[in-house]
Design a binder for this molecule. Structure first.
Ligand SMILES: O=C([C@H](O)CO)[C@H](O)[C@H](O)COP(=O)(O)O
Length: 212
């Protein structure tokens, strides 16, 4: 199980500082959507420059304009980009094609994907799927991704990630689900002692680390 650190709602300097603090506890770095919106693709460039040895995920949440957005984020240094599963199928497919051309990958965010749409997305065997509970659902409804995860059966045999309000409290449940990637943002980035928070989370995960 890999740990992906999600960097959101902070300045670029804070993002770099947090990553330095927890560098040894995490595997992948996510340039959060909020950083990309606030600072543009320079946020991707800067994080790749600072941390060239970590795999970098650009949380573009692409909904349209796939070729252009892929070019922007991959040229800036992203190793993986995210596309929304609810986007038109041609958009998702174009992201996968663009990624393949460059030997990069796409994470398909299943946020708000209806079960009738899922089968067409599961055709993309090379994708990483992300079971995601949104920030708004977390903050306004108290949901988190480990509590009522959807599409677990469908994820069997696939490469998949889980995201949305995951913390030490929900980690036992996450471990049982055995995702390929566990995406953690606020539980680390908003903790008073970020290094300690990341260390504790990693120790809890490492106790049953199965691959990676
Ligand atoms: O994708 C995310 C969210 O939509 C905000 O852009 C976060 O990366 C994801 O939710 C992980 O962050 P936490 O929920 O704070 O753990």
């Amino acid at each position: 199980m890999y740990i992906q650190l999600a960097l959101d709602r902070m300045t670029m300097d804070e993002a770099i500082h947090v990553t330095e603090e927890v560098y040894h506890e995490i595997d992948w770095i996510e340039v959060g959507t909020s950083l990309i919106k606030e600072y543009g693709v320079q946020s991707i460039e800067r994080l790749k420059k600072e941390f060239p040895n970590k795999l970098l995920v650009a949380d573009m949440k692409t909904m349209d304009n796939a070729a252009y957005e892929c070019q922007m984020c991959f040229e800036a240094g992203a190793d993986i980009m995210t596309a929304m599963g609810v986007a038109p199928n041609i958009t998702v497919k174009t992201c996968l094609d663009e990624a393949k051309k460059r030997k990069k990958r796409v994470m398909i965010d299943l946020l708000n994907v209806h079960e009738t749409l899922l089968p067409s997305l599961l055709e993309y065997k090379e994708a990483i799927f992300c079971l995601h509970v949104s920030k708004d659902e977390q903050e306004l409804f108290g949901f988190n991704a480990a509590r009522f995860p959807m599409f677990l059966e469908e994820m069997q045999g696939r490469t998949w990630a889980i995201a949305g309000g995951i913390s030490l409290d929900s980690l036992d449940m996450v471990k049982q689900l055995q995702p390929y990637v566990v995406i953690i943002g606020s539980a680390i980035t908003k903790a008073e002692n970020k290094q300690k928070a990341a260390q504790t989370l990693k120790q809890a995960i490492f106790a049953r680390r199965s691959h990676g």
